[in-house]
Design a protein around this ligand. Structure first.
Ligand SMILES: [Zn+2]
Length: 263
C-alpha cells in the first residue's frame, strides 16, 4: 500500500504548499523509492515462478481435479477440504458462500456510498468560521488552485474506482443468477482488474489522515476528520472484501450449466 500512500502524500503536500512553505526531505524520498520498487516488483517477479521454486507443480492428475486459488497448484479431487501442500490454504472446489458474501458486501457498499459523498470528508476550524470539504469540494478546490492533474487522480481514485467496483461486481452477480456465455472472458478480465485496483480508493482517506495532524494550528486553522471518512473507508473495505469473496469461476459454471440444460 506504500504506492497509494505516496500518491496521497503528494496530493496532501501540494494542498498544504498552497498556504505553507515546505519541502520533501530524505524520509520522503526514501518512501517514494519504496513505492516505486513496490510498483515495479510485480513486473519483475512472476508469482507462479516463486511458487514453483517453493514446491514444483505436480504432474497433471487427470480426471476430476481442483486448483488452489492462492498458488494455482492443480491437485486431484481427493484433496478437497484438505490443505494445499504448497501454500497450506484449505482447498475448495469454489470459494465457500461466495455469492451470499459478495452480494451482502456489495449491498453494504451501495448503502454507504451516498453518505460518503454527501457528508464532509474533513472540516477546517478557522477564525472566519468552519469550512466543510466533501470529496467533490476537494476536487473543485484542486481545480481552482490549478492542480487539475491532482483533481483527476482524486476523481479516478475516490469516485470512479469505487463506482466501477460496485457496478462491476453487481454485473457479475447478476450474470451468475441469469447466466450467459456472452462476454465471459471480458467479465473475467474486468473482475481481475477490480481485484487489483481496489486499494487505490484509499487515496482520499490517506490524504485526510495525513492533513489532519499536519494542518493543526490552534486559533488559526485546524483540520479535522469529517463524517464521511468512516462511511468512505467502509465502502473501500466492503468493495475490497467483496472482490476477494467473489469466485469468477461461478460465472463460467453458471454459463456451462445453462448450456447443458438447453443442450
Ligand atoms: Zn496452494
Amino acid at each position: 500500500m506504500s504506492d497509494v500512500l505516496v500518491v496521497a502524500c503528494f496530493v496532501a503536500y501540494m494542498r498544504i504548499k498552497v498556504q505553507l512553505q515546505g519541502q520533501v526531505c530524505w524520509g520522503g524520498w526514501c518512501l517514494i523509492m519504496v513505492a516505486i520498487l513496490q510498483l515495479l516488483g510485480p513486473w519483475c517477479l512472476s508469482p507462479h515462478r516463486i511458487w514453483r521454486e517453493i514446491m514444483p507443480d505436480r504432474p497433471d492428475p487427470g480426471g476430476d481435479s481442483i486448483s488452489c486459488v492462492t498458488c494455482n497448484m492443480i491437485l486431484p479431487a481427493s484433496f478437497l477440504e484438505r490443505r494445499c501442500p504448497r501454500c497450506w490454504k484449505r482447498l475448495h472446489r469454489r470459494k465457500p458462500d461466495a455469492l451470499v458474501r459478495t452480494a451482502a458486501l456489495v449491498a453494504a457498499g451501495y448503502i454507504l456510498y451516498f453518505p460518503a459523498y454527501y457528508y464532509p470528508m474533513s472540516y477546517t476550524l478557522q477564525p472566519g468560521g468552519v469550512q466543510y470539504v466533501t470529496i467533490i469540494d476537494g476536487v473543485r478546490d484542486l481545480i481552482n488552485a490549478g492542480f487539475w492533474y491532482l483533481a483527476i487522480i482524486i476523481i479516478i481514485a475516490s469516485i470512479l474506482i469505487p463506482l466501477l467496483k460496485l457496478t462491476g461486481l453487481s454485473w457479475m452477480l447478476i450474470r451468475v443468477r441469469f447466466p450467459s456465455k456472452r462476454r465471459l472472458v471480458l467479465r473475467t478480465r474486468v473482475f481481475h482488474i477490480i481485484h487489483r485496483i481496489g486499494r487505490w480508493s484509499n487515496v482520499d482517506p490517506f490524504i485526510v489522515a495525513l492533513m489532519a495532524p499536519l494542518f493543526s494550528f490552534p486559533g488559526v486553522a485546524d483540520v479535522y476528520v469529517g463524517k464521511a471518512a468512516l462511511p468512505f473507508a467502509l465502502v473501500v473495505a466492503c468493495t475490497m472484501l467483496a472482490a476477494r469473496s467473489f469466485d469468477s469461476r461461478l460465472m463460467w459454471d453458471a454459463a456451462q450449466s445453462q448450456e447443458d440444460s438447453h443442450g
